[in-house]
Structure formats: structure tokens, C-alpha cells
Design a protein around this ligand. Structure first.
Ligand code: GLN
Ligand code: ZN
Length: 768
């Protein structure tokens, strides 16, 4: 009999209860016990829901208070030495200090504790961010957290036998920082394996039958010796807990060259993502040794469309025929962490659209249904299959997904539309003469704190407790206050603050046709931060200007230049749930055309500088190098199509953050933005290495203020970062700015940090 399984479930809570509890805990409003109780309740409910749905392999330890990679580091005691982990377990204070930094002031205001956060970067090609392991030379590992054991016991006590999820040791090391001094991974692995052996031994003793070892790095390009490393590691682990059945889970791609390695690992099961890597299906069936079960990831864990059950069953039935149904595990393609909880609250979606969608809860049902059809025959679920076929046909034929005007505009795009009128060398003096900014101009990335008042005003308006008029007045006041603030702090290029936006993608999604917003479709982005990706289901166009009103208003209130502020086409694509019935490149081009109109409208409205954010450009990069060129071509093309409708003297900015850009720096150059602001402070300007190698042609602002931490950087620290930047970036092309937008921060920190930042820029101007 085939088994219905799951790899991981969302953990933020159906109503973001975890976010509220943890943030309340940080702020001192919620006690530790209460916060942990909320966490326990969410786990309990998730297990119950999965059991109810009919799943047989239900994950545990997929829960996290912040991030699963951070949990893995805590589990094996892999905290960098600066966090001063003693002999005991990683306590909450240390755990959150690693996640977000910790600053404690003494009675005299001096910094008693001043720990920066660990680095954070995007989890493969998702918009989820993980804490980057920092494996120090000679690091000693030991079990320093009881979490996987405690959660397994917790579920057992509730009558749920779970499959604990661990990040596999090889991926844990491979996900670590790849910076000098080069960490020799081999000794680290040897130090780590005994800890994993002990963990598995303890899980076996606790009664676990299966353990899921996530080794997503198997989908990446790996050096040859990495394959031997996997083999070696799993031989050790399999021997350490012979009664345990290990399931090595891969996801987000095809294993390609690594498939053979994975199939030969001495484990009980291998999970394959058949959404992202359908081609590996045939090979896996043909080559899997008879002892290996295959977990077939057939329900898309990365997108929200209803599964084509008939076609999926064809594949599953074939698998059952060829390897035997007892070796088939039916599964989502990856953890369901990346999709929202359930469609229940989406009352505002019309029935047709709603019927096309499947969120995490529905996906559990799909897995269970497929398993049932496989085990009992299609007749057992004939009604469900019929309904599914009818819905999918309806979606294919729906006129709502198609717009002729958009199609003909797409066909008329020319190469010339993707080129600025003159090269940067010609544009720069024109822009300098117009903007008259000092050397090392200071600016911010766009958003300012979204305080409780801002959120309340928005909620009031949405709930009909205030009028459009009142809400607009409120936003105008906030905008104007923020402009005064920026003038007072002494910033050179201002922003309007983005108070009208909940989210940089959702805002545009709501204003363009072809998208639909959800009410409660939250997914975790990092830590307690969640986003609500809009659903892009049809051809995209812009019925009217989307941002011009706010930019024009802001510019009318100050003499200093204000940047118009847009989210770029690749980021909108990347951070939406995108239709799966046409190539992403085409969808991206449709978005670009809509945004191009917005850019030229902003220019006509008098904006001298326009920023088009593309923080997700890097995360959209295919995981495998062979596919990079094609992606970068269409992605950079879409950005240029958006940006290049303007005159030479209009300054185009772009912004990127929280990824490694070093490898695609040439493509970033090819975007030909006049100025790019780019995250750099957490990694202490490692980014600049790229600029040593490649002379970036235009202007750059490497971030000097890490906005993901409440910690306020000192002026001296920022001067130091800027001086390092000046070694590789010509002084007349160096801008001074934070790493990213300030919306998640509180005003007092922002004020202190920006004053220090402006003072740091002044130091450079004054030759200090
Ligand atoms: N302009 C956006 C902001 O400041 C950029 C955010 C981002 O890069 N993620 O919020
Ligand atoms: Zn950013």
C-alpha cells in the first residue's frame, strides 16, 4: 500500500498567532510561558489537521520559533563563538540573539551587550530567508537543544506518531558561509557526524520509525567530492540507528548528476520534487535499488493551483506498477511552509477563482486522495476526480485569463524599448547637473516604520470605520512628517515613506488586472515576518496610475529630490503565486509593460529619480548554472523594458538585498540602472569582492545599516564600511544608504541610525 505523507507544514499559525506571540515576547508584552504555549497549541493543531486529513507520515520538528536552519545550528551547538554558548542548551536569549542581534544598554547608556545578528539569506529560490551557518574552524559540536526529541514526544503524547525532520548534515554545512577564511568542510563534517549519530540514536530510542533528513543541496551543482561526502555521511548515519528508516528529502529541483548518488545512499527512502524535476521520475523508477522507497513529490508545495489529479494519478499508478505500491510515498513536492494555510477565510474570492486554488490544507487532502485512489482504485474517489477534471477544464477555457490588448502589446515589444537613449557616461553629468547632490549622497530605500498607528489607520479604512478621504489625509500627514524628518536628519534624496503600502508586491498586485489578493494568504518570509503574495492568474495590465499620486504629493512638499518608488517586474513575479499555464518569462514581460507606463507617468509628473526595486532578481536565479543565462536574459530584459522609457536626465535607481549577488554582478550591471542600492552590511561588505573583480559601470550604494536588526550601528562602524567600499567604488559613484527599507523598524532606532549614517557620510566628505 502506498503511504500518504507530508514534508512540513506552515507554522506561523492560521491567523499568524506565532508572529504575535513571539513579537509580543520580544517586546516584553507576552511572557515566555505564554509564547511557548501558543507554539505548542499551533503544533498540536497542525498535527491534528494532518492526522484528520488521513496522512500517515506526519512531520515533527518542522515547527520553528524563527527558522529551521537556526534550529539545526542550535541542535548541534553550532553557535559562533561570539554568542558565548556555555555548556548548557541554547537558551531563548541566545537563540534570538543569533537570529536578530542583541543590544543591551547599561545604566549609563553604554553598550553592555552588543551582539550583531547572524547573516540571513534566501532559502534556495524561495522568498523564505534562513540564518546562514557560520562554521568556525575547529568548531566543536554537541547536542545543545532538545527540540526534535521534545516535539516527537509531544506528538506521541497526543497519539500522533511523527516523522521528525532534520536538516541533513551535508546540506547544513554546504549552506554555510563560503567566505575566507575558507572553512574546510571535511573536518567540520567529521566533527558533526557524531552529533547526528547521537541524535538519530535518541530518536530511535524514543520510538521514531522514520526520520526525514532534508538534503536539498542535492539539487545544486556539486563538486565531485561532495557526492562521496554524501555517501560517507549516510553510511555513518544509517549504521548509527539501524532500526530507523531514513528518508533523504530533496526539493526545488531535479537531481540530475546527483540522482545516482542519491539513489545509492544506504537509506530507506528518497524524496524527489517532481514538480520542479519531472524528468528524474523515469530515471528514478528505472534505477532505484529494490530496497529504496520513493517519495514522489507530486502536489506543488510552491504554488497554489489545484493539482491535476488525473494526470498525477497516471504517474503514480505507473510508479506503483513498476516498483510496487509499498515503495511509493505520495507527498507534496516540498514542505508546505511556502503556501498559505487554508482557503477558508478567502470569502471575497469568487467561486470560480477559488475553485482553481489549493492552499496547504487542500494539499493535504489532495495527497490523501491520490493515495486513496492509488490504493483502492480510481472508482473509490470517482466523484472527486470528476469534479477536479471539470474545474481544471474550466480554468483552461476561462476568458478571465486572456486579454487581447495585452497580447498585441507584447508582440510589439522591440529591442530599442529596452535601451536608454544614451550610455551612463552621458547620463551621469546630466543627472548630476539637475540633482545637485553633494558627494556621497545619502538616501534610504523607500519605506519608513509602519507603526501601530499606520496599521490601525489602514485597518480602520479597510473595515469601513474611516472614509477614503480620512485615510488619505492620514497618509498625507505621515508622508509629510517623514519628509520633514528626512530633511531634519539631513538626507539628500528623500522618499515618501510607502505608508500607503502594506507590502511592496501586494500593493501593485491589487492595482493591476490579472491579479487577485488574498485576505489571509500569509506565508513566512523570515522570522516573524510574513508576506501575502497575490495570486497572478491572468494577463496583466494597469488600468490607471498606481503610485503617481503619492510621489507627486511628496515632491510638492519638499525642495529636495524625492524618488518615485516601484517594485520591479521580476520581484512582482517572484513574490506572487504565478499562473502555471504559460512561461514565467512571458508573464514577467506583461508586468514590465504595465510598470513601464508607471515609470513614464512618474517622469511626466516631475519625478527626477525613480527607484525600481528588484530584491528578488537573485532569488529567481535557477538553482543550476546551465539555466542561468536564459533566466538572466529575460529577467534583465524585463527590468530594462520597465526602466528605459525615460529621458537621460531621469535617474533610475534599483535596489537589491539579502542574497549573494557576487555571481551575477555582470547581469546586475547589464540592468543599467543609474544607481543601485544593495545590501552589504551584515556580510561586512563581502559584496565588494565582486566589485574588485568586475568594475561596476554605474553608481552604487552598498548598505551600511542592517535593518533586519533593532541594533543601531555606530557612526564609526559605518565610516569603516564606507571606506572599505571606497577602495573599490570610485568616490563620485558611491552612495550612502541602509541595507533595505525601514518599515519593520521603530522610529527611535531609525532616527539614531540615520543620524549616524548622515554623520558618517559627512566624515567622508570632510576627508576624515
Ligand atoms: N522600497 C522597498 C522598501 O523600502 C524595498 C524593500 C525590499 O527591498 N525588500 O520597503
Ligand atoms: Zn531590500
Amino acid at each position: 500500500m502506498a503511504i500518504a505523507t507530508n514534508l512540513g507544514f506552515p507554522r506561523i499559525g492560521p491567523k499568524r498567532e506565532l508572529k504575535k506571540a513571539v513579537e509580543g515576547f520580544w517586546a516584553g508584552r507576552v511572557g515566555e510561558g505564554e509564547m511557548l504555549e501558543t507554539a505548542r497549541r499551533l503544533r498540536r493543531e497542525a498535527w491534528a489537521q494532518q492526522k484528520e486529513a488521513g496522512l500517515q507520515h506526519i512531520p515533527s520538528n518542522d515547527f520553528s520559533l524563527y527558522d529551521q536552519v537556526l534550529d539545526a545550528l542550535a541542535l548541534c551547538g553550532g553557535a559562533p563563538s561570539r554568542y558565548g554558548l556555555g555548556d548548557g542548551d541554547v537558551d531563548l536569549r541566545t537563540y534570538f540573539a543569533m537570529a536578530r542581534g542583541l543590544q543591551e544598554l547599561g545604566p549609563d547608556g553604554s553598550r553592555k551587550v552588543d551582539l550583531p545578528a547572524m547573516e540571513m539569506t534566501k532559502w534556495f529560490d524561495t522568498n523564505y530567508h534562513y540564518i546562514v551557518p557560520e562554521i568556525e574552524e575547529g568548531m566543536q559540536f554537541r547536542i545543545a537543544s532538545q527540540k526534535p526529541f521534545a516535539e516527537f514526544e509531544e506528538a506521541s503524547a497526543l497519539g500522533v506518531q511523527t516523522r521528525p525532520v532534520l536538516i541533513g548534515p551535508v546540506s547544513l554545512l554546504l549552506l554555510g558561509k563560503k567566505v575566507p577564511p575558507v572553512v574546510n568542510r571535511q573536518p567540520s563534517l567529521e566533527a558533526l557526524l557524531p552529533v547526528y549519530e547521537e541524535i538519530l540514536g535518541r530518536l530511535q530510542a524514543a520510538g521514531a520509525q522514520w526520520v526525514q533528513m532534508d538534503e536539498p543541496c542535492l539539487v545544486l551543482d556539486l563538486p565531485d567530492d561532495a557526492r562521496a561526502t554524501f555517501q560517507h555521511a549516510y553510511e555513518r548515519l544509517a549504521a548509527a540507528a539501524p532500526q530507523l528508516r531514513l528518508l533523504v528529502a530533496t526539493y526545488f529541483g531535479d537531481l540530475r548528476d546527483n540522482l545516482e548518488t542519491a539513489l545509492q545512499l544506504p537509506v530507506a527512502g528518497l524524496h524527489l520534487d517532481l514538480m520542479r524535476g519531472p524528468a528524474q521520475f523515469e530515471r528514478a523508477l528505472a534505477e532505484a535499488p529494490a530496497s529504496l522507497a520513493l517519495s514522489l513529490g507530486v502536489v506543488d508545495g510552491r504554488n497554489v493551483w489545484r493539482t491535476d489529479l488525473g494526470a498525477t494519478l497516471d504517474a503514480l499508478e505507473q510508479a506503483a506498477r513498476r516498483i510496487g505500491s509499498e515503495r511509493v510515498l505520495v507527498a507534496p513536492s516540498c514542505s508546505l511552509l511556502h503556501v498559505p494555510y487554508d482557503l477558508g477565510p478567502e470569502k471575497e474570492l469568487d467561486d470560480e477563482l477559488r475553485s482553481w486554488l489549493a492552499f496547504a490544507g487542500d494539499k493535504l487532502d489532495e495527497v490523501a486522495l491520490l493515495t486513496r485512489a492509488l490504493n483502492e482504485g480510481r472508482d473509490a474517489v470517482a466523484g472527486e476526480l470528476e469534479e477536479n477534471a471539470r474545474i481544471l477544464q474550466g480554468r483552461r477555457e476561462s476568458p478571465r485569463t486572456h486579454n487581447d490588448a495585452v497580447r498585441s502589446r507584447m508582440a510589439a515589444v522591440t529591442e530599442e524599448m529596452k535601451r536608454r537613449k544614451s550610455p551612463y557616461a552621458v547620463r551621469k553629468p546630466l543627472q548630476d547637473a539637475r540633482l545637485k547632490l553633494p558627494a556621497y549622497p545619502t538616501t534610504t530605500i523607500g519605506s519608513y516604520p509602519q507603526t501601530r498607528e499606520v496599521r490601525r489607520a489602514r485597518a480602520d479604512f479597510k473595515a469601513g470605520r474611516s472614509t477614503r478621504e480620512e485615510y488619505d489625509r492620514f497618509l498625507e500627514r505621515e508622508t509629510e512628517r517623514t519628509l520633514r524628518f528626512q530633511e531634519d536628519v539631513g538626507l539628500d534624496m528623500l522618499v515618501h515613506g510607502e505608508f500607503e503600502r502594506t507590502d511592496m508586491v501586494e500593493y501593485f498586485g491589487l492595482k493591476m488586472k490579472g491579479f487577485v489578493a488574498t485576505k489571509n494568504g500569509w506565508v513566512q518570509s523570515y522570522g516573524t515576518r510574513c508576506v501575502r503574495p497575490p495570486v497572478l492568474y491572468g494577463d496583466v495590465h494597469r488600468p490607471e496610475p498606481m503610485t503617481v499620486r503619492w510621489s507627486r504629493y511628496a515632491q510638492s512638499k519638499t525642495d529636495r529630490p524625492v524618488k518615485g518608488m516601484l517594485t520591479g517586474p521580476v520581484t512582482i513575479l517572484q513574490w506572487s503565486f504565478v499562473r502555471d499555464d504559460q512561461p514565467r518569462a512571458d508573464t514577467c514581460r506583461q508586468i514590465a509593460l504595465a510598470l513601464r507606463d508607471e515609470v513614464t507617468d512618474l517622469e511626466s509628473a516631475g519625478m527626477q529619480a525613480i527607484q525600481i526595486d528588484e530584491p528578488a532578481l537573485r532569488e529567481g536565479l535557477p538553482l543550476v548554472r546551465d539555466d542561468w543565462k536564459a533566466y538572466l536574459e529575460w529577467a534583465v530584459g524585463a527590468f530594462r523594458l520597465t526602466a528605459c522609457g525615460v529621458q537621460d536626465q531621469t535617474q533610475i535607481h534599483t535596489h537589491m538585498c539579502y542574497s549573494e549577488f557576487n555571481e551575477i554582478i555582470e547581469a546586475v550591471g547589464a540592468m543599467d540602472a543609474d544607481v543601485i542600492s544593495i545590501e552589504a552590511s551584515r556580510s561586512k561588505m563581502e559584496l565588494l569582492e565582486a566589485f574588485r573583480r568586475y568594475r561596476y559601470p554605474n553608481s552604487i550604494g552598498p548598505g551600511v545599516y542592517d535593518i533586519h536588526s533593532p541594533r543601531v550601528p555606530s557612526q564609526a562602524e559605518m565610516v569603516d564600511l564606507l571606506k572599505r567600499a571606497r577602495d573599490v567604488i570610485p568616490a563620485d559613484k558611491l552612495w550612502v544608504n541602509p541595507d533595505c527599507g525601514l518599515k519593520t523598524r521603530a522610529w527611535p532606532e531609525v532616527e539614531a541610525a540615520l543620524r549616524a549614517m548622515v554623520a558618517a557620510a559627512a566624515d567622508l566628505r570632510n576627508g576624515k
